[in-house]
Design a protein around this ligand. Structure first.
Ligand SMILES: [Zn+2]
Ligand SMILES: [Zn+2]
Length: 316
């Protein structure tokens, strides 16, 4: 039976924007209530880990010194925005963001040391953050920092990043656009209709990395049928990628009823994608897969989708 690691605790709940911001702790608390209610926190092969903070140097493996200093200072005042209006500051935002990064790095360590097979982190997958700036609710890019550590500390040379969040994962996509060791498949609502307005099919990587990037934009209103057709491109892509590890951003904002996107998936999309990636992780990389919660702004639907992800990582 596969051993699943999960991260949950006050440290991760701190990554919650104030007032009526769509990215808040309620959706994560609701997910945890469901975990408890369904008995998933008590099954033997699921182990719960406390979130831990990242070191400043870990954050600097991807982000610029100036940007890190900016986050530190705005974290003290708790006033204003980190970008042009999507990502508000709050007191302690630096600390909250380092819990997200630290948990992702610990997840990687646990997997590389074979202490655990698969990991799910509900708060994480902050795919819009760039090296030198915040964007779209994302302060530090935990995915990119995990990729840096996988390369530098563990010497991994073939990393597969799969992103099914409704928004294009531009922060990961463009920062590794010319890196041939990072294979990216990103399914999202067409950038002509949704933030961040990027992620078109002609973007396939540059220099040595041509062919390592695959964008699959879907029209507004697309549902499970369209999702599955797009997701099945993974069959061919993964053979090319031959990954040492899979990072999966399983954002739930593509679900019908999400207040900020126009896709129409049901949680069947999450079941389908996770089962397939889980199966592939055993086939290609000794089970190494980390799933990151990502977006999702209908709290109930997001909680249900993440439960489906956890269950699909348990079953084979
Ligand atoms: Zn497994
Ligand atoms: Zn999103």
């Amino acid at each position: 039976m596969c051993r699943i690691g999960m991260f949950y605790g006050e440290g991760l709940l701190k990554y919650s924007f104030p007032k009526n911001h769509p990215l808040n702790r309620k959706r994560v608390e609701l997910f945890w209530e469901l975990m408890v209610k369904q008995g998933l926190t008590r099954i033997n092969n699921i182990q719960i880990f406390e979130p831990i903070k990242a070191e400043r140097d870990d954050i600097l493996s991807f982000h610029t010194e100036d940007y890190v200093k900016f986050v530190e200072s705005i974290s003290q005042s708790g006033y204003g925005y980190l970008d042009y209006g999507d990502t508000p500051a709050f007191k302690g935002i630096y600390e909250a963001s380092s819990f997200v990064v630290g948990s992702a790095l610990k997840a990687l360590d646990l997997i590389m040391r074979k202490e655990i097979d698969h990991v799910f982190i509900p708060v994480g997958g902050l795919h819009h953050a760039r090296r030198d700036r915040a964007a779209g609710f994302c302060v530090f890019n935990d995915l990119a920092i995990t990729i840096m550590r996988a390369k530098r500390v563990y010497g991994l040379r073939r990393i597969l990043y799969v992103d099914i969040d409704a928004h294009h994962g531009d922060g990961v996509f463009y920062e590794f656009y010319d890196d041939p060791s990072i294979y990216i498949m990103d399914i999202h609502e067409d950038g002509r209709y949704l933030y961040p307005g990027t992620g078109f099919t002609n973007e396939i990587g540059s220099k040595d990395a041509v062919g390592t990037k695959l964008n699959l934009p879907l029209d507004p209103g697309s549902g499970d049928k369209e999702f599955k057709v797009a997701f099945d491109k993974i069959d061919e892509f993964i053979v090319k990628a031959k990954p040492d590890i899979i990072l999966f951003q399983c954002g739930a904002d593509g679900l019908k009823d999400d207040p900020i996107t126009h896709l129409q998936y049901t949680i069947e999309a999450h079941r389908y994608a996770t089962r397939k990636l889980h199966m592939f992780s055993h086939k290609f990389c000794d089970g190494k897969i980390i799933a990151f919660g990502g977006g999702g702004y209908s709290a109930e639907k997001t909680a249900e989708a993440w439960i489906e992800v956890v269950k699909s990582l348990c079953l084979i």
